[in-house]
Every structure is written in C-alpha cells, then in structure tokens.
Design a protein around this ligand. Structure first.
Ligand code: F3S
Length: 394
C-alpha cells in the first residue's frame, strides 16, 4: 500500500506510540482488503464504549493509547453501559459505574467527544454527501452511507479508534463507487405504516441479503425515524452497510441490472413481527433503539401526559436531543410520569440482564435481536404500545 510522507512518519513512531499503533492497524487492514492507499476522513465514530463489552483488558488498552495519543479529527462515542449522570437511579452497581467512568476518562484523554450516542447524525456529527468517514456503530454506518450519502465501512472499535488517531482509513469497500451499487432488488408489497414495520422489513431483508446492498422498490416515503430503525435492523440480522430506496435515498439507481430480486409481502411482515415476539409479560420496557429523535420524544411526552408509569421504563436518547427536549418541555412531561431518560446508554449495552430483568419490550427489531442473544425474552411492540403498557401494572 502506498503511504504519503506524513503517513510514513506516523508509521515510524516519530509522531508517538499511539499514532504508530493506529497506523499499523490501518496498514494491516488496508493490505488485507486490497486498498492501494489511505484516505483522509472528516469524522470518526467509535464503538466499544460499554464496560460490559470492553472489560478490564479494554480499559488497559485505552489507557496505554491515552499516554500520548490524540484524536486528529472530530471523533464521537457510541453509547456507554450506563447514563453517565443518573446511573444510580438506573440501578447500576458501584463497581460497574467506577469501571465505566474509567473507560470514559481514557476516551476523554484521547480527545474524543463524550457524546455516547448511536445517532451521532442527530447530535452534531452529521457528515455531508460523499465525505469519507470511519464509523463503527453499525446502525449509524448504514444510515450514513444510505441516507446521508457519506462513505464508511463497518469499522470495528479498534479500527475506528485508529482512524481517529491518524485521521485516515483504508480506501476500500464502501469508500469506492462499485461497492455501493445494489446487489438485490426488494419489491415491497407489504403496506408499511409505522417505523416498526420498517424495522421488521429490515430484519427480514438483512437475513436475506447478508452483506449485500438491498434496493427497495415500492416505498413512496420514509421518515427519519423509519430510515433510522430500518438501518439498525438491516445491520443486526445481516452484515448490511448500505441500502437504497428508489425515489428516497440519494444514490438509489433507477435500474438494477443483473441483480437478483426478492420481495417483502404483507405475510412476511406479519411473520417477522410474530417471530420477534416471545411470550411473557415485560418487567422492563424501553424505547430509543437507535436513540430517539426529538419527534419521538414529543410523541412519548404526548402519550404519557397525565399518566404514571408502573414498570421500569427507559427512554434512550443522546444528551443533545435530551437538551432540545428539555427546552420544549417534553422532558418535564416524560419525567413527571416516572419514566426515566437513559442518556449515554441503551437497553442493549447496559447490563440489564444482570439487574434481574427477564422479559423486555421494545419497538426495535435490532434491540430484540441483541437482547435475545443476552438471554432475555423479548416483545416487539409499536412505540405507542410500549409507552401505554408501561403505565399498566403487571
Ligand atoms: Fe443504539 Fe443500543 Fe440500539 S447502541 S442502535 S440503542 S442497541
């Protein structure tokens, strides 16, 4: 792989040990994936923030990098394992909290913004069309490639951090035009009436297309909330990094020559929704996977008006969106009901399974997928049902 003089210097260690390590990771990956060179990135989003996933070895790794490493471009963080302010009211243990704060401290020393959200594009890290970026939260990767037209591979935590320390990533995969073309046409026959329907469709198609690029036909309109949950679901059941919707997303092509075709019917929608539902009455309900938009918070506030929550109920969002919600009065209405905001975290990366919960309801196919993997029973309900059931006693 051809490196510039500056990149050679980074690799030599002249710019510090952390930069050298970052460059070594990128060169190794670039060679594996056949990249000719590196490309500069305008922003980085780093996953691997929850202590639940990182463990002590992860803290040690970050501390070492933080001895002389610094982010060279705008770099934001994925959710952590707890709300960094209100973790006690979430029931998080002292030991876990102490370790989690050590992780955050190390990222802070590295110069990353402690944004802790999977929707950086709603919280001040919104790349423009055709910009090269290196993001690692899979739902945000799909959203950035497909909806914003930015260019990123599905980075892992270490490779995204390496991109942050060097400001570069290998020029391969979804950074190149050819990889961004559709590989599977999906004729949508199902009537999509809510974000949850888009979530179920994403879950169904992700399994079908694996790491290909689906192009949906027959979808006339999709809201931000529908696009963000579709992105998350596609990335959880498959290895999807990008999709197109004809007439909606910026790089959708009119003709998909030579690609296979599949369909998503009303029956597929019903069966996928049923498959995402275990039995059991939830002892924990959470919405905001991916993190809630302001519009979702407005809807939740409206649904909770004059009601009291009777089960553990978390509303997950970024601190930036929570602040916007504070200004509009939604937060006051939500908290008056007894619902808890879960900023900086979510139902999947927080250690809820070790806090005694057994059955969880949510409106996200992605969250159902991962919580099931964590040994929990799941219910996949529409947002309004999640909110209203939270106000009913078990
Ligand atoms: Fe975000 Fe957690 Fe879902 S990181 S996409 S809310 S699993």
């Amino acid at each position: 792989m051809k490196l510039t003089k500056t990149e050679e210097e980074m690799l030599s260690g002249r710019e510090g040990r952390a930069t050298k390590k970052g460059m070594e990771i990128l060169v190794a990956l670039g060679e594996i994936y056949g990249a000719d060179r590196l490309v500069r990135v305008s922003s980085v989003q780093v996953s691997g923030v929850s202590y639940k996933n990182l463990g002590d070895a992860g803290i040690e790794f970050l501390r070492e990098l933080a001895e002389d490493g610094k982010a060279r471009v705008k770099s934001t963080l994925n959710p952590a394992g707890m709300d960094l302010v209100n973790w006690r009211s979430q029931g998080i243990g002292e030991d876990f909290a102490r370790k989690q704060l050590e992780v955050i401290d190390a990222y802070g020393k590295l110069g990353l913004e402690i944004s802790c959200t999977c929707t950086p594009y709603l919280a001040g890290n919104e790349p423009r069309f055709a910009e090269h970026i290196a993001w690692s939260e899979s739902s945000a990767v799909v959203y950035a490639n497909s909806v914003l037209g930015a260019r990123t591979n599905r980075e892992g935590g270490p490779s995204a951090l390496a991109a942050s320390l060097t400001g570069r990533t290998p020029l391969c995969g979804y950074h190149l035009d050819e990889k961004r073309l559709p590989t599977l046409a999906v004729n949508v026959g199902a009537k999509l009436e809510s974000p949850e329907d888009f979530s179920a469709m994403g879950y169904f198609v992700g399994r079908l297309v694996k790491n290909g690029v689906p192009c949906f036909r027959g979808v006339k309109h999709a809201s931000l909330e529908e696009l963000k949950t579709l992105s998350a679901a596609l990335a959880s059941s498959g290895g999807v990094a990008m999709f197109h919707i004809e007439g909606v997303t910026p790089e959708a092509k009119g003709a998909i020559r030579g690609t296979e075709a599949a369909s998503f019917t009303g029956r597929d929608l019903r069966e996928t929704t049923a498959m995402l539902n275990d039995s059991g009455d939830p002892d924990f309900i959470s919405v905001g996977c991916p993190h809630c938009s302001l519009e979702e918070l407005a809807k939740i506030a409206g649904l909770l008006k004059g009601r009291k929550v009777k089960r553990e109920f978390w509303v997950c969002c970024s601190r930036v969106v929570k602040h916007q919600s504070d200004e509009r009065g939604y937060s006051r209405q939500i908290e008056a009901s007894g619902a808890k905001f879960a900023c900086d975290t979510c139902m999947v990366v927080a250690p809820i399974e070790s806090m005694g919960y057994r059955v969880v309801a949510t409106n996200s196919a992605k969250a159902c997928h991962y919580m099931r993997n964590n040994g929990l029973q799941v219910r996949f309900w529409p947002l309004s049902k999640c909110v209203l059931e939270a106000t009913n006693a078990r």
